[in-house]
Design a protein around this ligand. Structure first.
Ligand code: PLP
Length: 452
């Protein structure tokens, strides 16, 4: 098999792309909170496994036996990866964090009489599934976009008593890391189930759910160097021991007749259909790599990135950060630049400097509303504009995000680009706003030759 990977540690970390002026530039990926590159070790693990890939739990042949064993072993690997005990916890492999939290919210058998405490800092994935099944009680954030443990305690103590606390492990907008240990302790003291959205936390920090007192954690492979379509939900076995599964079909059953079904036990009940074995191989390879390379080097690298980001962004005239700019955070920053709409700023970074960022509200509209200080009337206008298909002037910001794959030299390049953009507002005239609300170069979108 001839799949070759680049000399670097991450697939695609040496791409050169066209820019509006001058020669192609090496692409700088500062959008890793959305999706990270595949690590070379992960891609190799998938490639090496491919010849053995076959059906899971459905074949007597050796390939099927090996595939089934690899898949089942992965459950233990992932439980241990987040500090759980395979005797009490199991790992399920939904597509991503969103699917994991939808599955969980359904499986808990919540009703509209149940209360789920969550926070204003959440990604939509940790708001909407709960809102579909239960009442939300939202812990609000202050102007910096943070909340303290006392605010969580106050929400937990209100009547009716909540059943679940659903909280982010780390914000995808500001990189803020809530004090999970204290928050989880407060919930557990009150007998409330602690569910953590680990989409941003797990790729950046060693997580020990036992030490932290977390019951359930969900995360996505594509944000942790394993973009092959699998995520994980690590959950107490007892929590899902009974009840109808979220997805029904083959594999989730012990027996079926025309009018009866006996659901399977354990993880099988929540694993209807053919699973994504290659995604799971990727996920475990990533977990192994993160663990074996040692978290200390990840933490040290990301700390350097964060400090560099803070200092570069502080040096840009007219740049306004959203969220906290001190304390322990992920290398993530959201900001606006005076006089440059967020979509235009992201477009200029991409088209003139080959720097990939993201702009908008980052699937965290309520949080962004707070961070931008939007009034109720402004939120109402936002919704009215979206309903009417007017996407040209929606509120938002630019987000840059970095991780283990980010070169330290990328951050000064970002700072330099932002300072140049701040100094050349006339450069905006080179872009038009299309009907979808995207700024594009008047000369047309730039597409690398190899991607055409
Ligand atoms: C904090 C957080 N939670 C949940 C999600 C949803 O992840 P996915 O799109 O992989 O389901 C994201 C994705 O950006 C996220 O950042």
């Amino acid at each position: 098999m001839s799949l070759s990977f680049t000399a670097g540690q991450y697939v695609g970390d040496d791409l050169w792309v066209p820019v509006l002026d001058g020669a192609p530039r090496q692409y700088v990926d500062l959008d890793t909170a959305a999706t990270s590159s595949a690590s070379v070790a992960v891609a190799r693990a998938v490639r090496d496994f491919l010849p053995w890939y076959a059906s899971v739990h459905r074949g007597a042949g050796i390939r099927s036996q090996l595939t089934s064993a690899r898949y089942e072993d992965a459950r233990e690997v992932m439980v241990r990866f987040v500090g759980g005990n395979p005797a009490t916890h199991m790992a399920l492999f939904p597509r991503n964090t969103t699917e994991a939290l939808n599955l969980l919210a359904f499986r808990l058998g919540l009703t509209k009489d149940d209360v789920v405490v969550t926070t204003a800092a959440e990604h939509h994935a940790n708001l909407l599934p709960w809102r579909r099944h239960a009442q939300l009680r939202v812990v609000d954030v202050d102007e910096r976009g943070t909340f303290d443990v006392a605010a969580v305690e106050a929400a937990l103590d209100q009547q009716p008593r909540p059943r679940v606390l659903a909280v982010t492990g780390g914000s995808n907008v500001t990189g803020w890391l809530p004090d999970l240990r204290a928050i989880a302790a407060a919930a557990r003291q009150r007998g409330v189930l602690v569910v953590v959205d680990g989409a941003q936390l797990v790729p950046h920090r060693p997580v020990d759910i036992t030490a932290l007192g977390i019951d359930v954690i969900a995360f996505s492979g594509h944000k942790m160097y394993a973009p092959f379509g699998a995520g994980a939900l690590v959950v107490p076995r007892s929590l899902l021991a009974s009840g109808e599964p979220f997805l029904v079909g083959g594999g989730a059953v012990g027996a079926v007749s025309f009018d009866d079904v006996i659901w399977a036990d354990g993880p099988d009940r929540d694993d209807a259909g053919s699973p994504n074995v290659l995604g799971v191989v990727a996920l475990t390879a990533s977990a192994d790599e993160l663990r074996s390379d040692g978290w200390a080097s990840v933490l040290a690298h990301e700390e350097h990135l964060l400090r560099a980001l803070d200092s570069e962004l502080a040096s840009v005239p007219g740049l306004h950060r959203l969220g906290p700019v001190a304390g322990d955070r992920l290398p993530v920053a959201a900001f606006n630049l005076d006089g440059v709409p967020h979509g235009l700023l992201a477009a200029r970074l991409a088209n003139e400097y080959a720097i990939g960022t993201r702009s908008g509200c980052f699937c965290a509209h309520p949080y962004m509303g707070r961070l931008l200080g939007l009034s109720d009337a402004e939120v109402g206008q936002f919704h009215a504009d979206v309903r009417a298909g007017r996407r040209q002037r929606l509120p938002g910001a630019v987000r840059v995000s970095a991780n283990r794959q980010t070169y330290l030299t990328d951050i000064p390049m970002l700072g330099q680009a932002l300072r140049e953009i701040a100094a050349t507002p006339e450069g905006s005239a080179r872009y038009v706003l299309d009907e979808r609300g995207d700024f594009v170069p008047r000369t047309g979108a730039l597409v690398p030759v190899s991607a055409r």
